[in-house]
Design a protein around this ligand. Structure first.
Ligand code: SF4
Ligand code: SF4
Length: 364
């Protein structure tokens, strides 16, 4: 058997071959092919193209590379697949090979180019908070997620306040970015460097809590894949779930509908905890989307889709919002910076679970 020319895909050869010869059972799960109505961007199409590119059956050019970025890393196809194929992971590795050959789409290249400047520009209130906690030996490292810091600073503050109250210790926002945007862009050396910076920052000290589930999954799953060892973060949602008795029921919280973020649900297997927290705060279980838990539909915010395929990303978010409204509306609650940003920028005043927890947590 000849070696694949895209070496990172060698460990995925079996998955790729299963997809190429498959009757496309996962097709209906893919948010991207659902809005684009294009066979090339079905899970089958993207895996086939990656396999053909890896084998040398098609030229390595931008046109054949592009489908690797037509994925929101939602893991939806895995749940419909008899083989539980990790299409998102395979495509992430395909991106790395293609990026290294200068074949990434413009949106992905732009994200990678701007990454360093954005990381250097993160400052202000959070840095001040970080400095004031620096001397506290029991300070909790909190990985908020750049998405919250840049696009939802209200949620970033709420998450820090809630963590501080629940953990009973000062919080110290982690300054390093987990590097997930670079992983999705395809810049593997950049991602690995970011991972090492973050691992070094959180190595000293005690507890380490991650708020954004994309960041949490990156540290828990993608860092080991990249050979970077790091202390595994607790999830904010687990911290809140373990302190339900500290959450006060609020008469002012409206009827809420919960959207399962892909990275928290399928990515980290957390379905019950957010629902229990919302039930505790509002006094009743949250309303649901038609597809939920393992089969929940993506918001269109992940995998760098807003940068590489903005029209498709917006159409995916619009479909979720339309379903939410058709089912009776209420307060749309999610727990992922990318989903929150997608919903808010498409006109739905969604909230993050962290904000509801911050309002509900009772002082010790
Ligand atoms: S992910 Fe599974 S169901 Fe989908 S095309 Fe591949 S093998 Fe078939
Ligand atoms: S992970 Fe999601 S977006 Fe990517 S191919 Fe599978 S269903 Fe489509």
């Amino acid at each position: 058997m000849s070696q694949l020319r895209l070496k990172l895909l060698e460990p995925h050869r079996t998955s790729l071959e299963k997809c190429v010869y498959c009757p496309k059972l996962s097709r209906a799960a893919c948010p991207v092919s659902n809005v684009e109505a294009n066979e090339t961007v079905t899970p089958w199409g993207k895996m086939s193209m990656a396999y053909f590119a890896a084998r040398g059956d098609v030229p390595l050019d931008a046109g054949h590379a592009d489908p690797a970025w037509a994925c929101s890393a939602c893991f939806g196809c895995r749940e419909r697949c008899d083989h539980k194929n990790e299409v998102a992971t395979v495509l992430t590795d395909a991106r790395a090979e293609l990026f290294a050959r200068d074949l990434a789409p413009e949106g992905a290249r732009r994200v990678a180019e701007r990454f360093s400047a954005r990381e250097a520009g993160r400052a202000g209130e959070l840095d001040a908070r970080s400095r004031s906690a620096a001397a506290a030996p029991d300070a909790v490292h909190v990985l908020l997620g750049c998405g919250y810091e840049r696009h939802a600073p209200d949620v970033a503050r709420d998450a820090l306040d809630a963590t501080e109250a629940l953990a009973g210790a000062p919080t110290r926002p982690v300054r390093a970015c987990c590097g997930l945007p670079l992983l999705y862009a395809g810049d593997r050396p950049g991602f690995e460097a970011a991972a090492r910076r973050l691992a070094a920052e959180v190595a000293p000290g005690g507890r380490f809590v991650a708020v954004d589930p994309g960041c949490a999954r990156a540290v828990r799953v993608e860092y080991p894949r990249a050979g970077v060892s790091v202390k595994a973060p607790e999830l904010f949602v687990d911290l809140a779930r373990s302190s339900l008795d500290r959450l006060q029921r609020s008469a002012s919280e409206r009827r809420v509908r919960y959207h399962d973020p892909c990275q928290l649900g399928r990515g980290l297997d957390r379905y019950d905890a957010p629902r229990e927290i919302l039930a505790r705060i509002t006094g009743r279980p949250p309303e649901e989307f038609i597809h939920r838990r393992e089969h929940a539909d993506c918001s269109g915010g992940g995998g760098l889709l807003p940068a590489t395929r903005p029209t498709s990303s917006a159409a995916i978010a619009d479909a979720r919002i339309a379903e939410h409204r058709a089912l009776g509306g209420g307060l749309l609650v999610t727990h992922c910076a990318q989903s929150l940003q997608r919903f808010r920028t498409r006109g739905e005043p969604a909230e993050d679970l962290a904000s509801l927890v911050a309002r509900a947590v009772a002082p010790r």
